[in-house]
Design a protein around this ligand. Structure first.
Ligand code: UDP
Ligand code: MG
Length: 326
């Protein structure tokens, strides 16, 4: 049998002091079991990425890192967001790990899916999606909006795996391909399917957050969804074109109607129709401009090419420096 390979579990954390002890305990148990069963190599580990937390998250991570051989941490210089934390974790870990799993810190995603993901990997999948088969614990509102979002994305021609978030396994080569994507506006769950390779799914039930509050309030959720749409699809711009045609046809019809009325000698009292057209058309135009503006804004952030994150402390690479197998 081939030697077992090194797994790194990447866990982004933002103000997660309340859940971290439990997360370390539970993830650690799953990891140790897999090492024992020789499913993954003995250097397999957990990498916590502290996304600029304001609480004791980093203190806890460094404490666990010094106590436990299989825990290490990356600390951002400030909050860069969940997607960037995942990106930094993958960029750092891919130098050493053969397979990478990303999971949230709050234990909402069932960690028992991890061994199943690794199994699928051994069966030849480079990408294994964790898919929620039950969202009982999410509010009806969150379920509805999620459903609408996936349907909308599908209409817009974006290939997403429904009900899969950022809980997934990637092989080394899939991660390397993903990291070639150079965009600033990260929407990883849209990017991963673009990488290709053989993929598989593992189903699990999503639980309540273990402790603490969601870091994705409604406002951030809407922004994330809009970002997803405008980063992956230009259909909104095409819709504007359609709208433009419809309005132009109505405009021409109005024009013909007024000319006929004029020829017939009917005096039209025009105030109401004038006011309505001005306001309605003005509104429609502003909406259209703002849609285009959204894309221009995206281009603006992309061309600036700013760094996507800054790492203040990296105790992962240090830990595995001598363990590089080559
Ligand atoms: N997170 C992060 N940076 C942020 C916001 C969130 O690293 O700016 C992490 C957070 O600690 C958690 C994961 O991203 O591990 C998902 O966040 P959360 O559980 O709050 O989102 P929800 O499950 O409510 O969608
Ligand atoms: Mg959560």
């Amino acid at each position: 049998m081939q030697d077992a390979e090194m797994l790194t579990i990447i866990v982004p954390c933002y103000n997660e002091e309340e859940v971290l002890p439990e997360t370390v305990k539970e993830l650690g148990a799953v990891l140790e079991k897999m090492i024992q069963d020789k499913k993954v190599s003995s250097e397999s580990n957990i990498l916590f990425v502290d996304d600029g937390s304001k609480d004791r998250t980093w203190e806890l991570i460094s404490k666990y890192s010094s106590e436990l051989g299989y825990v290490s941490g990356l600390k951002f210089s400030r909050n860069y967001g969940h997607q960037n934390a995942l990106l930094a974790g993958m960029t750092t870990a891919v130098a050493y790990a053969d397979l990478l799993i990303t999971i949230d810190a709050d234990l909402q995603d069932d960690i028992n899916a991890i061994p199943k993901m690794v199994e699928k990997y051994h069966e030849g999948a480079d990408v294994v999606y964790g898919v929620r088969n039950s969202r009982k614990t999410d509010t009806i509102f969150k379920r509805r909006t999620a459903l609408t979002f996936y349907a909308l994305m599908k209409k817009l021609g974006v290939d997403l795996v429904p009900d899969s978030a950022d809980y997934r396994l990637l092989s080394k080569r899939a991660t390397e391909s993903l990291l070639q994507f150079d965009e600033r506006n990260l929407f990883l769950r849209g990017m991963v399917p673009l990488v290709g390779f053989k993929s598989a799914k593992v189903y699990y039930a999503r639980k309540e957050r273990f402790a603490g509050e969601s870091k994705y309030p409604l406002k951030k959720m809407i922004k994330f969804a809009l970002d997803g749409i405008t980063s992956f699809s230009v259909v909104p711009i095409k819709l504007i074109m359609g709208l433009g045609f419809v309005i132009s046809i109505v405009g021409i019809a109005m024009f013909i109607y007024t000319i006929i009325q004029k020829v017939l000698g009917n005096v039209i009292s025009g105030w109401t129709s004038l006011m309505t057209s001005i306001w309605v058309l003005g509104g429609v135009q502003l909406i259209c401009i703002s849609v285009i503006g959204e894309y221009v804004g995206k281009i603006f952030t992309e061309v600036k090419h700013r760094p996507r994150y800054t790492i203040e402390i990296d105790d992962y690479s240090g830990k595995f420096k001598n363990k590089n197998k080559d």
